[in-house]
Design a protein around this ligand. Sequence first.
Ligand code: ATP
Length: 316
Amino acid sequence: MKKIVAVGEIVVEIMATEPGDGFREPLSLIGPYPSGAPAIFIDQVARLGQPCGLISCVGPDDFGHLNMERLRADGADVSAVTVAPEGVTGSAFVRYRSDGERDFVFNIKHSACGRITRSTEGDRLLDSADHLHVMGSSLFSESIVALIRHAMDRVKARGGTVSFDPNVRKEMLTLSGMRAALETILGESDVFLPSGPELFLLSTATEEEDAIAEILDLGVTAVVLKRGADGASYYDGESTVHHPAFAVTEVDPTGAGDCFGATFVTAWLRGLAPARALRLAAAAGALAVTRKGPMEGTSTEHDIETFAARRHVAVT
Ligand code: ATP
C-alpha cells in the first residue's frame, strides 16, 4: 500500500460554546481538541488503514501529548514529530458567528510549529513515502516553505506524487514570496483540492471552467473542487464528475475539507474510479460535519463505506 506523508502544523482547537462576535469578553470554552489541517488529514488517512506519517513539531506539554497520542493510536507514524523542549504546542481558538462564519485566534507561527525543520527522522519518513500532501495553511514561514519544497523534491525524485490543498487565507498571499511558492507547488502537484473561491486564488480567470483549464494546462492531473454543502466536483480534462453533498445536520464544519481530501487522495492512490473516490470523500466530509471538534470528525473506512452505501444525498 502506498504511504502518504504530510508536513505541517499540529495544534489544539478550543471552541466557544456559544456563537457570537469574537473573543472580546469572558466566554465559556470547550476543548482542547486535537487539530491542525495536516494532522487532521493524516489522522483520516490513518483511520482508512493507509500507511502514513506526519512531519511536525509540538511542545513538551499536554496539548502536544494529546495530539501525538491520538495520531499514534489511530495508526499514523509520528516518528518525525519532534518535541521542542523550549516550545509550546500551537493553538487555535474558534468562535462561530450566528451566520456560520468563524472567528479565529491562532498561535501557530510562534508556537512549536515554527520550529518544524528538516531532520533525519523527517528525511527517513520522506524516503519511505509514495505521496506527499501539501496544505497552504502550513506555508506560514520561509523556513517551512523551504522544507515543503525539499519534501516535494525528495518524494517526486522517488517517482512519488503530490496533492495540494491551498487552504490559504487571501492575506497570506501578501507575504513575501508566497504567491511564487504557491504557484510552484501548484505546478508540481498531481491533484489540486481547492475549496470554492480558492479555485481562483492563483488564476486570472473569472469563470470556473477557464480556471480549471488553466490549472490542468500546468500539468495537474486532477482538480477536485470542494463546494461545502453543495457537494464536490472532479475534473481531469477528459472526464467531469459531480457529487452532491450527503444530507446531514451540520454541527461543526471545521476539518470537513481535510477528511474529504484525505479520503479522496487515499482512494485515488488505491486506483479507484473518480466517481467512487468522490463519493467516499463526500461521505467522509459529511460525517465530519456531524461531529464537534476538527479531528473528532475523522471516520474509519467501515463507517465511510457504510454511510456512502446508504445513498441519500442532499438536493442541491
Ligand atoms: P474546512 O476548511 O472547513 O475543513 P473546506 O472548505 O476545505 O473545509 P468543504 O467544501 O467545506 O471543504 O467540505 C468538503 C466536503 O465535505 C464538501 O465538498 C462536501 O462533500 C462535504 N461537506 C461539507 N459540508 C457539508 C455539509 N454541510 N453537509 C454535507 N456534506 C458536507
